[in-house]
Design a protein around this ligand. Structure first.
Ligand code: TPP
Length: 897
């Protein structure tokens, strides 16, 4: 059965016919003041390439040019297509002649975007339907998402109009990123795509390549992603759009981030949390976020909650979070265009007013930022009914509404009718180029959303100012003889980053609620927690100007930071190790983004995502089993070695060296795993730098191989000893390092003939062979540290399996005997944690004795000592509720005085 596509068909759902926003003149008599012009000159970054005149003048000129072209076009005698006819006949009286003409043009531009969307999904040839459609023109596999696309293109076209009229700098975030063909179509129509991908020319040949590349091998994915110019957001894993948009707006006062949010996406936890943005966006300092909640009513195969709620209910939800929503609703383009234009204009006007008021009168609480609720049919303008089943306006239009085009002649005919309904011959000229009167609707230069520098390395990419690490160096005498809270000096370093970037803020710390508890509280000497909600409730270091982002949502912390980084600024996400798993999936997605982005020459590198895991599994003894989980390390180990880095600094000075490195690095995801409590400190800054640069080194002072004077650390590349110890003790992570050192001490004290080597690994990824990770040591270097065949007892921070997987390909990997976190935890003492997981000094020493070859005097005595101590420990902690004094107060001393 064949049904002609219908333009006016009402979807069966509750989409109301009339726009809820009264139509008002959409082209203002006076040009708007662009938001950017309200920002004090000192804070304004004029990066608008190609525009040498002030933005407000440029805007007036642009608007005048458009009006001139509109008049010219209205006189042009063009055969109206069905859509245009409908548009012209149903235009509301309140829209001026030039406005209705403008909307007619915009509608044709929208048609061009929709046409190219459908063409990308279906066609491999005959891009502009110059000949009748036949099976050979159809792709063998139909992959893509039509349902969301017309709505997103509508938003894009209206943002183009706003930019053209105001000179606003707008970043487009596509939440339902599966609408990739729509975004690609718009970026192509505005000309950016051909500039970045010169082979995709603006003509027939380029159009052929554009459609063929979509969702095909060697081409581009069906989703928005790194290859999509103007994008910082993939939208493949739904839920992060509004968090990314909010992070992008922070400290970008010129920017408006327009964020399309799917009503399905709005059901996710991260998105639900993201509505809190008004409480964290400072209108005198940050840019604006304009959420556009797209209520097309359906997900893949069912309805959405918000789609079935009334306008009043959805508006109330957003209003409760502090937004000022306006509803645009309908299925008739002739009515939706003016309503949408009015809503966008009103939103822009409000943004300007809010920012102006904040600058002039100060910030007195969260702004009621505008938001748009856009209720349009899913699969709008697509086939209304297919095989007798309603398609447009239902979940069925989510992907490919006509799925049997190659086999079913009716479907093929319907597809041709659908494509021809956009009248491509009235949109593109004979060479295949978009007609000039349509092309003129797109903004120019960097104002095009596909070309915005904000989405490609940032509008003003700069390295972070870091003071010399000597400013924060912890004085270390005899290695291991003093204790200190390892993360505290890092807090001082972050404090000075805030201080030194005050004039041009480009750094933020993101943390669920634990900045102080993580010993990073020095930042509060110079800044506050950011919160715009006001109350006299005893909160400390809380203000609207604060630059420390504390919100009890790992999703928001990480999502905001990712948006901040992808627009060229720097930051750190500090979190409990166990709860970093809450946003582990975001970490995976970010790694994927960077992995793909770094293959694209045109994409500029962005500052790395740095995740500090400070409240680690070993020292959450007071919090119980729920707080013990080093799983993020396992998660990232499976991901691309081109992006992932994992550092476990054993002490403060090594943490400083690692922090300096990761804060300057780009295009990586860096995990820093280090506990915040007081731990023995081992290396001076100079030694720490050497250790950090090598990634692993022999700690000669902690072993007994060398009799003559020796350096504190020896690296494989430089001065590793040629000796062969009886046993190697390796440590990775602060708590395992302490236990391995104590085990070494026991072995040296009780078994003096045994030669022991201690190796500390700080960069976990030196362990795999170099073909598995670029940091991997060569086999020769690896064997300089660990020997070729001596047994190695390992004290490891995380799950043993994660460690073993790294050794695959090394010589005799089974000689590595790994003790790590083995999922034993409860509320207990710190030392009991290592006992429960059989990684205590006593377990490690006994393991070493089990692994050495030959007889050594004192070995049996030591085993008995260890067993006795484990029994004593057990009895002591149950009686005294804390660890044995000799454990609590243990520091390194010479084993043989
Ligand atoms: C976190 C996540 N869960 C599930 C999916 C699978 N998925 C892809 S599209 C989609 C429906 C999206 O609905 P909506 O956000 O309303 O977008 P639209 O209707 O505009 O396509 C789902 C569930 C996903 N991409 N991400």
């Amino acid at each position: 059965m064949r049904s002609a596509p219908s333009r006016r068909q009402r979807p069966p759902s509750s989409v109301p016919a009339e726009p809820s926003v009264p139509a008002e003149p959409s082209v203002p008599a006076e040009p708007y003041i662009p938001a950017a012009s309200l920002i004090p000159a000192g804070r304004r970054r004029s990066r608008c390439r190609g525009l040498t005149i002030p933005v407000n003048l440029c805007h007036a000129g642009t608007a005048a040019t458009i009006r001139h072209r509109l008049v010219a076009f209205s006189n042009h005698n063009r055969r109206p297509n069905s859509k245009q006819a409908a548009l012209n006949s149903s235009s509301t009286d309140s829209v001026s002649t030039s406005s209705s003409t403008e909307f007619a043009l915009m509608n044709r531009y929208w048609s061009a975007a929709n046409y190219l969307t459908v063409a990308q999904i279906y066609l491999q040839e005959n891009a502009l339907l110059r000949e009748p459609l036949c099976v050979e023109h159809i792709k063998p596999r139909l992959l893509g998402h039509w349902g969301t696309s017309p709505g997103q293109s509508l938003v894009y076209v209206h943002l183009n109009r706003l930019i053209g009229q105001t000179g606003a700098k707008v970043l487009f975030v596509s939440g339902p990123g599966h609408g990739g063909p729509a975004v690609v179509a718009n970026v192509y129509l505005e000309g950016t795509y051909s500039e970045i991908y010169p082979q995709i020319t603006e003509d027939d040949a380029g159009l052929r390549r554009l459609i063929r590349q979509f969702s095909t091998p060697g081409g581009i994915p069906s989703h928005v992603g790194p290859p999509t110019p103007g994008s910082i957001h993939e939208g493949g894993e739904l839920g992060y759009s509004l968090a990314h948009a909010t992070g992008a707006a922070m400290d970008n006062p010129e920017l408006i981030v327009a964020c399309v949010i799917g009503d399905g996406e709005a059901e996710t936890g991260p998105l639900a949390a993201s509505w809190k943005a008004p409480a964290f966006l400072n209108p005198a300092r940050d840019g604006a976020v304009l959420p556009i909640l797209h209520l097309n009513g359906n997900k893949i195969s069912g309805p959405t909650v918000l789609g079935r709620q009334s306008d009043a209910q959805v508006s109330a939800l957003l209003a409760a979070h502090g937004w000022d929503p306006v509803v645009v609703s309908g299925d008739d383009p002739a009515k939706v265009h003016p309503a949408m234009a009015a809503a966008v204009d009103q939103a822009h006007r409000r943004i300007v007013e809010i920012q102006q008021d904040a600058l002039e009168n100060g910030v007195k609480g969260p702004a009621r930022w505008p938001a748009i609720i856009l209720r349009t049919p899913k699969g709008w303008t697509g086939p209304a009914v297919v095989d007798g089943v309603q398609m447009e306006g239902t979940f069925r239009s989510h992907q490919v509404p006509l799925s049997g085009v190659r086999e079913n002649p009716d479907h093929l005919r319907q597809l041709e009718d659908w494509l021809r309904s956009y009248q491509p011959e009235t949109l593109f000229d004979e060479s295949g180029r978009l007609l000039p009167e349509l092309a003129a609707l797109a903004p120019a230069g960097d104002l095009r959303m596909g070309a915005t520098p904000f989405a490609n390395g940032g509008a003003d990419p700069q390295t972070l100012p870091l003071r010399a690490l000597e400013n924060y160096e912890l004085t270390v005498g005899v290695p291991g003889s003093t204790k200190h809270e390892t993360t505290r000096p890092l807090g001082e370093m972050l404090r000075d980053i805030y201080t030194d970037s005050q004039a041009d803020p480009r750094f933020r710390l993101f943390c669920p609620d634990e900045t102080n508890s993580n010993r990073l509280g020095a930042v509060f000497e110079v800044t506050d927690r950011c919160l715009l909600e006001q109350a006299d409730d005893g909160g400390e270091h809380v203000s609207a100007d604060g630059q420390v982002m504390e919100v009890l949502s790992e999703h928001l912390c990480q999502g905001w930071l990712e948006g901040y980084l992808l627009t060229g600024r720097h930051g750190l996400f500090a979190t409990y190790e166990a709860f970093a798993m809450v946003s582990a999936s975001m970490t995976i997605q970010h790694v994927k983004w960077l992995q793909h982005a770094r293959e694209l020459e045109w994409r500029k590198p962005v500052p790395s995502l740095n995740i500090l895991l400070t409240s680690t599994c070993w020292r959450n003894d007071h919090n119980g089993f729920s707080h013990q989980g080093p799983g993020l390390i396992d998660t990232v180990l499976s991901l691309s070695g081109s992006v992932v880095r994992v550092y476990l600094p054993p002490d403060s000075n090594t943490l400083l060296a690692a922090a300096e490195h990761v804060l300057h690095s780009r295009n990586y995801v860096n995990l820093l795993v280090v506990d915040k409590q007081a731990h023995p400190q081992y290396l001076t800054l100079e030694q720490a730098r050497r250790h950090a640069a090598a990634g692993a080194s022999i700690w000669n002072w902690a072993g007994n191989e060398l009799q003559e004077p020796h350096p504190v650390v020896s690296t494989a590349a430089e001065d590793a000893p040629e000796t062969r110890p009886d046993i190697v003790l390796a440590c990775i992570g602060d708590v395992p390092t302490e236990e391995i050192l104590a085990a070494s001490w026991l072995l040296q004290r009780y078994v003096p003939e045994l030669t022991v080597r201690v190796v500390n690994v700080m960069d976990l990824l030196v362990l795999p062979p170099r073909d598995a990770h670029p940091h991997g040591l060569s086999d020769a270097e690896f064997e300089k540290l660990f020997t070729a065949d001596v047994d190695v007892v390992v004290g490891w921070h995380g799950y043993a399996r994660a460690f073993h997987q790294l050794l695959h390909g090394r010589s005799i990997p089974e000689r590595f005997h790994v003790r790590g976190y083995s999922e034993q935890g409860t509320t207990t003492t710190p030392f009991d944690m290592v006992v429960l997981n059989k990684m205590s000094r006593y377990h490690l020493a006994m393991e070493a004795l089990r692994r050495v070859h030959g007889h050594f005097d004192g070995a049996q005595t030591l085993v008995e000592h260890c067993q006795r101590m484990l029994t004593r420990h057990e009895e002591y902690i149950h009686e005294h509720l804390e660890d044995l004094p000799e454990i609590r107060d243990w520091v390194w001393t010479p084993p043989r005085p």
